[in-house]
Design a protein around this ligand. Structure first.
Ligand code: NAD
Length: 428
């Protein structure tokens, strides 16, 4: 017990970066309501394992360039770890540690038999050609061989990675094993064991919980004035689903900036434009605004689906939405969270709102292990059941304990992991 009290919480660890400290502060804010033992708190405060690799890439011109790669596994209490691989100039050990921690809570909240992981390569994909990306992915996968596997750690796509990236990862792993192993990654193309509806799952899940929140708040989703930041896998699909359900999309944005039209934006036309031009850059059939202005637009529902750190102490006081839904991971800083709460703006937290992706990833893994595949309707129904069940638990803990949705989602998640950790105990 003495060594537990000389808490490692006080030590400075390499992943103690602002994003990781934010993930840990969210954990600590939920603890007073979670009723778990000091052993559980201590054990779940840090990732179990982290790997840093340097990945050499032969560029098309023959030169060699070295990239930093990471994989962090936060908890194996409930099962193998699960989490995305991102290619981004900001990827770091601290970022991966924070994102891996959130993945643990997300999987636990959805009652999936996984812990959290996250990884990536620090690079800017816009400077790499397709053959370079393939070589980088295959070499990065080789570097991860010791720590990934269908029963140890199962990667999935994240920022700037996609089905093709997962296909290269799966093929590289299969070549090393000598047989095909579709269940080593999720988010693969359907032709090699991917699941129907995986690509749309995160964005669709975001809209499922948005609809549930509207119902609880006594609103109808139809006609709500919505703004979506990020027009990629999550934001792009969420915008389409909202559009199909009759909501009015008055603003959307991507890295190139924002678009605004009070009368509603033509979402299918914007998708066609992005498919042809690569981004929203240059689209001028409506008012162009900056991403900063987009976040502050007067609207009913704001979906932040781009990246972390978007609603901060600087702009939280000017957010005009009545409901914020976190499609991205960690888009709201602690300071901003407190400001939004004080202003009575409900925030549906990331670990609930964007859990549709990992839930259908879990369905994909189960289908691959069983070599038996489900159809789109079945997956959509199963996803809706899981999201509704989690949403209801979060909402009722929030009402019962008079805490924010983020705190109640964390409480529900921590309790799932704590229950398993208590009965498993600490080895040896
Ligand atoms: P993506 O790369 O497909 O799309 C990201 C979008 O955000 C792009 O349109 C990009 O241009 C835009 N963007 C980037 N920086 C921006 C900025 N500063 N301002 C405005 N727009 C910006 O990535 P994604 O898969 O949609 O992931 C987005 C977020 O959702 C990330 O935080 C990711 O971790 C999270 N997430 C993704 C999934 C998934 O299944 N893809 C699941 C859970 C969570």
């Amino acid at each position: 017990m003495a060594s537990l009290e000389a808490s490692s919480l006080e030590q400075h660890i390499e992943w103690d970066t602002p994003l990781f400290l934010m993930a840990r502060a969210q954990f600590e804010q939920a603890l007073p309501f979670a009723d778990v033992s000091p052993m559980v708190i201590e054990r779940l405060s840090f990732p179990e394992r982290a790997l840093i690799v340097s990945v050499p890439l032969r560029r098309d011109d023959g030169t060699i360039q070295i990239f930093a790669g990471y994989r962090v596994q936060h908890s194996t209490v409930l099962g193998p770890t699960k989490g995305g691989i991102r290619y981004d100039p900001e990827v770091s050990l601290g970022e991966c540690a924070a994102l891996a921690t959130w993945m643990t809570w997300k999987c636990a909240l959805l009652r999936l038999p996984y812990g959290g992981a996250k990884g990536g390569v620090r690079c800017d994909v816009r400077t790499l050609t397709l053959p370079e990306l393939e070589r980088l992915t295959r070499r990065f996968t080789s570097e991860l061989l010791e720590v990934i596997g269908p029963h140890t750690d199962i990667p999935a796509p994240d920022m700037a990675t996609n089905e093709q990236t997962m296909a290269w990862m799966m093929d590289t792993y299969a070549m090393q094993m000598g047989h095909v192993v579709p269940e080593v990654v999720t988010g693969k193309p359907i032709s090699i064991g991917g699941s129907v509806f995986r690509r749309e799952a995160t964005g669709a899940g975001v809209v499922m919980v948005t609809e549930q929140a509207c119902t609880r708040l006594g609103w109808s989703l139809t006609g709500q004035r919505c703004v979506v930041q990020g027009f990629g896998n999550v934001g792009g699909v969420a915008a389409s689903e909202l559009h199909e359900k009759g909501a009015r999309l008055i603003g959307v944005s991507d890295i190139s900036g924002g678009l605004h039209n009070e009368a509603g934006l033509p979402i299918p036309e914007l998708h066609a434009y992005v498919a042809e031009n690569g981004s929203l850059a240059g689209y001028d059939a409506c008012e162009r605004i900056t991403n900063e202005e987009l976040l502050e637009l007067d609207c009913d529902i704001l979906i932040v689906a781009a990246r972390e750190d978007q609603i901060t102490g600087m702009n939280a006081g000017r957010i005009s939405a009545k409901l914020v839904v976190e499609g991205a991971n960690g888009p709201t800083t602690l300071e901003a969270d407190a400001i939004l709460t004080a202003r009575g703006i409900q925030v549906v937290p990331d670990i609930l709102a964007n859990a549709g992706g990992v839930t259908v990833s879990y369905f994909e893994w189960v289908q691959d292990l069983g070599r038996l595949f489900w159809d789109r309707d079945e997956i959509r129904i199963r996803l809706a059941d899981k999201m509704t069940d989690a949403f209801d638990r979060v909402w009722s803990v929030s009402e019962e304990k008079k805490i924010t949705l983020r705190q109640s989602a964390m409480v529900a998640a921590i309790r799932e992991v704590a229950g398993a950790l208590e009965v498993r105990g600490i080895y040896p």
